[in-house]
Every structure is written in structure tokens, then in C-alpha cells.
Write a protein that binds this ligand. Structure first.
Ligand code: CP
Ligand code: NVA
Length: 335
């Protein structure tokens, strides 16, 4: 771990990071979490500022960046969806060069991965991916930290992802598991398997890590001896409402319910990046109920509220891990 140096590096996808670097970030997040709980200040970045660009909405990621930055002594500027010139009146390349002149780091949440890659290409300061259609890498550090806290290890654990496995969460979990030596299973209808090129890339990572990647439509096979059962919304931000019907048809058999855990390890946990549709307390949840008669979607309320569910610890870990990512990639201010 001693040789890891991420100063000045972008954080765009875990594909760009070695196992050692990912473990370094997880351990740093744990260390910063302990410090925070003990009231130990880590504001070594005083006088620095970061820009937070959100072209999609957020609760956890935005709050994590703001709180983490504040704890590190860093100021933040939030650019809300549609409140800046980005993409409409000003190119990504120009935006990158303008912001890099004012800020020490830039967070970007938006649509295609190529946009955040372009931002990073033209920015002389680190760019952090706060979620794109393809990847959600900051979530991975929090998830792996949560798993490590629960099981005391990562290698050899079986993580089953159920639902839309061809989007940001499925892709990112497959990469994280393959790099870190977990057994990853995408359990879903074959239309929602991750793309073949990425699967092959991950299988290459597995050769080094001893992890594995399995794609299956069979719930009983997938959940057998699982340590972690993970899901995410069936329709992601930016997708049109019209896709709900098709998603419900194909993904309903892959809803995470108590039956999935009958086959799993006794101490198996439930994870979800959140937000989740597990009841009728949301506008979208109510709308789907009226249109399709479903009272819960990707996870039942029973599982979500059960002892197995670690979703709120996972959400808290977003802050500690984003703090680690900022701290690792920026240089502390001079004393
Ligand atoms: N998990 C996650 O990224 O949550 P937000 O969309 O609220 O940031
Ligand atoms: N797949 C979801 C993840 C939200 C954190 C989305 O992109 O909306």
C-alpha cells in the first residue's frame, strides 16, 4: 500500500485502477470514517475549492461531496442540472478549461461516459465521475467498504446482482468484483446482461484476482450460497418513462424477495445503491402502482426493512469514501 500515489489522478471508472489502488481507497475511507467518529479533524486542504456538476439529480452523491469537502476544509460550488452553460452554450472542452482555472477538482454527474472523459481530457485538475450511464465508481468504494465491514474480507465472497445489469451499477459492480477477487453473478433476463466486451475485460481481471463472472437467468443457481444480493432501480435516470412496461415484464422475475435468501448463506446481506422503490411512499412508486398494479419493485419492502439490509450504512459510507477519493487525488494545502 505504501507505494500508492493517486495525486492528480482522475477517478472516472475503476477500470483505470489496480487492485492495490482500490484497496488503498477503501482503507483510507475506513480510516477517515474512524477519524470522523472520533472527532479528529482532517482539514488539510484549506483554501481549496471544488466544482460539483450535476446534470442529473442526486441526494447521496451531492451531500457526500459537500460534507466530505467541508470536512477536508474545501469549499464547494454546486452547478445544478440546467443551471449552467455546459453543453448548451459552452462545450465540455471549454468548460473544463474554465473550471480548472478556478477549482482544484471537478465532480461530474451526467449522461454518457464520453462526456466525463472529455472533461478530464481538457481539465488540468482531477475529475471525479459522480455517475454516468455506464459507470458509478464512487459508489464502488462505499460498497466494497460496507462489504468489508460486514464480512471482514472481500476475496472469495459471492455477490449476486439482480435486475438491469447492463447499466452503471451492474457494470461497476462487475468491474469492482473482478478487480478485487469476488465472484460476481449477473442474474437477470438475457436482454439485460452486461455487454460482452466488458464481460471479457472483467474475465481478464479475474485471471489475476481469482474472482469470477457468471451471467445467468436462473435465480436459484445465482443465489445459491450468495453472500451479497444487490439490486438497483429497473429504470435509471435519463431513461424515458416508456421503458417501464418492458422492464417490469422482463425484470419482475428478478425482484429481490425473501425467497432469494432461502438459497443464500445464512448471514447474507442485502445491498442497494438507493434510491429504491420498495413501497408506495414515492411519486414514481404510486404512479407505477396505478399503471401496473405493483406495490414494490426491484426489492420487496420485507427485504429492504429486514436485518439483512445494510442500505443505510452503505449510504453513509458514500461520504467517507468520497472523502477518501478527494483526499487521495488532491494535494494537501501548505501549512
Ligand atoms: N446512490 C446514489 O448515487 O444516490 P444519489 O443518486 O442520491 O446520489
Ligand atoms: N442506475 C441508477 C443508479 C442511481 C444511483 C441510475 O442511474 O439512475
Amino acid at each position: 500500500m505504501g507505494n500508492v500515489d493517486l495525486k492528480g489522478k482522475d477517478f472516472l471508472t475503476l477500470k483505470d485502477f489496480s487492485k492495490e489502488e482500490i484497496l488503498y481507497l477503501i482503507n483510507l475511507a475506513k480510516d477517515l470514517k474512524i477519524k470522523k467518529k472520533n472527532g479528529v479533524m482532517v482539514d488539510k486542504y484549506k483554501g481549496q475549492n471544488i466544482a460539483l456538476i450535476f446534470e442529473k439529480t442526486s441526494t447521496r452523491t451531492r451531500c457526500s461531496f459537500e460534507v466530505a469537502a467541508h470536512d477536508l476544509g474545501i469549499g464547494t460550488t454546486y452547478l445544478a442540472p440546467s443551471s449552467s452553460q455546459i453543453g448548451k452554450k459552452e462545450s465540455i472542452a471549454d468548460t473544463a478549461r474554465v473550471l480548472a482555472g478556478m477549482f482544484e477538482g471537478i465532480e461530474y454527474r451526467g449522461f454518457g461516459q464520453e462526456i466525463v472523459e472529455e472533461l478530464a481530457k481538457y481539465s488540468k485538475v482531477p475529475v471525479w465521475n459522480g455517475l454516468t450511464n455506464e459507470y458509478h465508481p464512487t459508489q464502488m468504494i462505499a460498497d466494497m467498504l460496507t462489504i468489508k465491514e460486514k464480512f471482514g474480507k472481500l476475496e472469495g465472497l459471492k455477490l449476486v446482482y439482480m435486475g438491469d445489469a447492463r447499466y452503471n451499477m451492474g457494470n461497476s459492480l462487475m468491474i469492482a468484483c473482478s478487480k478485487l477477487g469476488l465472484d460476481f453473478v449477473a442474474c437477470t433476463n438475457k436482454n439485460y446482461f452486461p455487454n460482452e466486451e466488458l464481460v471479457n475485460e472483467c474475465r481478464e481481471y479475474c485471471k489475476e484476482s481469482n474472482g469470477s463472472v457468471l451471467l445467468t437467468e436462473d435465480v436459484a443457481e445465482a443465489t445459491k450460497d450468495a453472500d451479497i444480493i444487490y439490486t438497483d432501480v429497473w429504470v435509471s435516470m435519463g431513461e424515458p418513462d416508456e421503458v417501464w412496461k418492458e422492464r417490469i415484464t422482463y425484470l419482475k422475475p428478478y425482484q429481490v424477495n425473501e425467497k432469494c435468501f432461502e438459497n443464500a448463506h445464512e448471514d447474507a446481506i442485502f445491498m442497494h445503491c438507493l434510491p429504491a422503490y420498495h413501497d408506495l411512499k414515492t411519486e414514481v412508486g404510486k404512479d407505477i402502482y396505478e399503471k401496473f398494479g405493483l406495490t414494490e419493485m426491484e426489492v420487496t419492502d420485507e427485504v429492504f426493512e429486514s436485518e439483512r439490509s445494510v442500505v443505510f450504512e452503505e449510504a453513509e459510507n458514500r461520504m467517507h469514501s468520497i472523502k477518501a477519493i478527494i483526499a487521495a487525488t488532491l494535494t494537501p494545502s501548505a501549512e
